[in-house]
Design a protein. Structure first.
Length: 693
């Protein structure tokens, strides 16, 4: 039972969970949240919310939250609570010592897709200007980095093409590797509304998701084997090209025709037909042909995709293959169509926009371009290094080799969320100083020397950018319980390192971002307060923002078709590991569960279960609810079985919300060829009965 008192005032802010970006009114009594009410004028949610956002304040006052800075010389030592001054001085001395001993490039940092744009901007500024290198990366590395690569190559910009409202003009919804009903519930409601109105639904997913089971429409479900996305998308393209379903007018006007011809000849090869690829993909050729015809001829076709696309060794190739399909059918550049990544975390889009990748400054401009770099140098009054820095996996490798010794991690539990846990442990254990800046003592903190208490979204001002490029205000509703908002902590750490940054409010940080970033040039807090939100690009050409991109022409000029050769992952099944594991989420939990597990209203999802097809379970003598040992080439863990035909024979599935699950103990080292995004969605495994953990 939740006691609800009477609120005294309310503040409009933005949910800090998923990339839908629902606006809420935090109804307050003094400094206490009474309830979170979905805000009717929120343009992403239109007055709706899901169970996570509705109760999102619980973890702010959880007893396990760390409110005092802590330090220790060695990870074997107990933590010692100290003042902010002592903690920051200790951290700065360690980092400076490391740089003196090992060189300027021996330290770096990781930004958070949970923090605000302004906080992310400051962390990358600290690293580039204060540390003097480009060893900055973001937790988006492990989720949507292939989106950035694939969409910038084909369309010219690293973001989804249309706003959520445009779904109302969509006639065919194609969902690939995503389960919005669990992971993006408020947007899923809008999708379902459109389906009830008659839009058709195609779902490409190894699992029969809630969207497939939607009572409103008979979905065309292509239950492919994990790891075969590119083969299925190429087979769809094969049907579209060989059955004469290409929108030739669009392609001739908007794309490079000779590149299209090369691509069309490639996909038309008989080896790419649905029939030729059926055994490999597991998809019925008749169903695949039907789906291709529906998408190409059913009116406005919009593709929505998630981590089931990106977290593969061919993640970037898959994003490119999706873009090829959209261009070939003329489904880009007007409301109701497009290619739309569903971002997992609240600010994945923003953290990428804010220059968190080692090779890019804000707005996706390469650090090696002199004119771009000089603009930042002039404003920051420093000389910047033009060489791209280390990505997260390269930081880990360099740590084990002894050349990368100091890491500042803001708002991410890399030990729980990055692949191959043993490798991450080895890397963290090799470093001389790990600074964790977070709300709770997470798994990564077990290997840290400095713990800086973080602030929640309720304790700070700033902005988040959602999956539709919508920049929205986050407004402080209470004093930070730990003393400082995260943006203030980064400024203090920079000062301790000898690099001064002067801002009295996050609005000043946004003004600097706008001055340095053409796509944000028209963004200010005054405008956000006036309009409620804006979608970038927001500048002189589009002072009120851009809901739909690529209207009349692609950002890069001509749309670029790129040939996408299917290359099977090196992660293969065999006699020892005959099943394929894939992963996902459930509605009531969020990511590794650090917040939702500490919010009383959503405790009902007490454990992660392993979904197993009845045939596979029977062969191994496993019954519903039994403990099973799940083993891969990388490691093993123990889970309870859930017998279901939602997964096909040969495929098992689990969520990863609980630390005990240790899903990443068993995931492998394979990653996307272009971006190093880990291949979380395909792991060869074996299961056997177990007596429990
Ligand atoms: Fe909206 Fe996502 Fe928050 Fe749910 S978790 S309220 S869908 S932003």
């Amino acid at each position: 039972v939740i006691e609800i008192g009477q609120p005294e005032h309310s503040v409009v802010t933005t949910c800090a969970y998923c990339g839908v970006g629902c606006a809420f009114k935090a109804e307050m009594r003094g400094e206490e949240v009474v309830r979170m009410m979905p805000y009717k004028d929120g343009k992403a949610n239109r007055g709706h919310s899901c169970v996570k956002g509705r109760f999102a304040w619980g973890y702010t006052t959880h007893k396990e939250r760390i409110l005092k800075p802590m330090i220790r010389e060695r990870i074997e030592d107990p933590w010692r609570e100290v003042s902010w001054d002592e903690a920051l001085g200790f951290a700065a001395a360690k980092f400076k010592g490391i740089q003196q001993k090992y060189g300027r490039d021996a330290v770096g940092g990781i930004t958070s897709s949970r923090c605000t744009n302004e906080e992310t901007y400051l962390v990358q500024k600290l690293i580039r200007a204060g540390f003097g290198n480009n060893n900055v990366d973001t937790c988006a590395r492990v989720c949507h980095s292939p989106t950035g690569y694939g969409l910038s190559q084909t369309f010219g910009t690293s973001a989804g093409t249309q706003d959520f409202d445009s779904v109302e003009d969509t006639d065919v919804v194609m969902i690939i590797g995503a389960n919005p009903a669990s992971a993006h519930p408020v947007f899923a409601s809008r999708l379902k509304k459109r389906l009830r109105q008659g839009a058709k639904l195609i779902v490409i997913d190894p699992r029969r998701t809630e969207m497939v089971e939607s009572p409103h429409v008979k979905a065309q479900h292509l239950p492919l084997m994990p790891g075969t996305n590119v083969a299925v998308l190429t087979a769809l393209a094969h049907v579209i090209v060989t059955e004469g379903l290409v929108n030739e007018t669009f392609v001739r006007e908007r794309c490079d025709w000779s590149e299209f011809e090369e691509w069309a000849a490639f996909v038309a090869e008989p080896k790419h037909s649905p029939e030729a690829t059926a055994i490999m993909t597991g998809v019925n050729p008749k169903d695949l042909r039907e789906a291709a015809r529906t998408y190409a001829t059913g009116g406005n076709g919009a593709i929505y995709y998630g981590l089931g696309v990106t977290e593969h060794s061919q993640g970037s190739t898959t994003v490119i293959a999706i873009a090829n399909l959209a261009m070939a059918t003329g489904n880009v550049g007007r409301p109701g169509v497009g290619v739309n990544p569903l971002r997992g975390q609240n600010n994945v889009q923003g953290s990428c926009d804010m220059g968190s990748f080692p090779h890019e400054l804000t707005g996706y401009r390469h650090i090696g371009v002199d004119a771009v770099r000089e603009q930042f140098e002039a404003l920051w009054n420093v000389k910047l290094n033009k060489e791209p820095g280390l990505r997260i996996p390269n930081m880990f490798d360099a740590a084990i080799e002894g050349t990368f010794m100091g890491l500042y991690v803001q708002g991410e539990d890399i030990l729980q969320s990055d692949p191959n846990t043993k490798h991450v442990v080895a890397a963290l254990s090799s470093m001389e100083c790990v600074i964790v800046h977070d709300l709770f003592l997470n798994e990564t903190a077990n290997y840290a020397h400095v713990f800086l208490p973080g602030s929640t979204f309720l304790e700070k001002d700033g902005t988040f950018t959602n999956a539709e490029r919508r920049i929205q205000r986050v407004r402080k509703v209470m004093t930070p319980r730990n003393g400082y908002a995260d943006w203030e902590v980064t400024i203090l750490l920079a000062k301790a390192m000898g690099f001064e940054m002067h801002y009295s409010h996050p609005s000043e940080i946004m003004d600097e971002i706008a001055a340095l970033t053409p796509t944000f040039a028209g963004v200010s807090y005054a405008k956000l307060d006036e309009l409620g939100s804006v979608q970038w690009p927001c500048n002189e050409k589009a002072p009120e923002g851009t809901p739909v991109m690529h209207i009349g022409g692609f950002v890069r000029g001509k749309g670029k078709f790129i040939i996408t050769e299917y290359i099977a992952t090196d992660e293969r099944t065999g006699p020892r590991y005959p099943l394929l594991l894939t992963t996902g989420r459930i509605l009531s939990q969020y990511n590794v569960g650090a917040q939702t597990r500490r919010t009383e209203n959503v405790v009902w999802h007490a454990e992660d279960r392993l979904e197993i097809h009845p045939h596979d379970a029977e062969q191994r003598g496993v019954r519903d609810g039994d403990w099973v040992r799940l083993a891969s080439r990388a490691g093993e863990t123990t889970l309870r079985a859930l017998i279901t035909d939602r997964v096909a024979p040969g495929v098992v599935y689990t969520t990863f919300h609980h630390p005990d699950t240790q899903a990443n103990v068993i995931t492998t080292d394979f990653s996307d060829w272009a971006t190093n995004c880990p291949e979380y969605k395909v792991t060869a495994v074996q299961i056997s009965p177990s007596n429990g953990p």
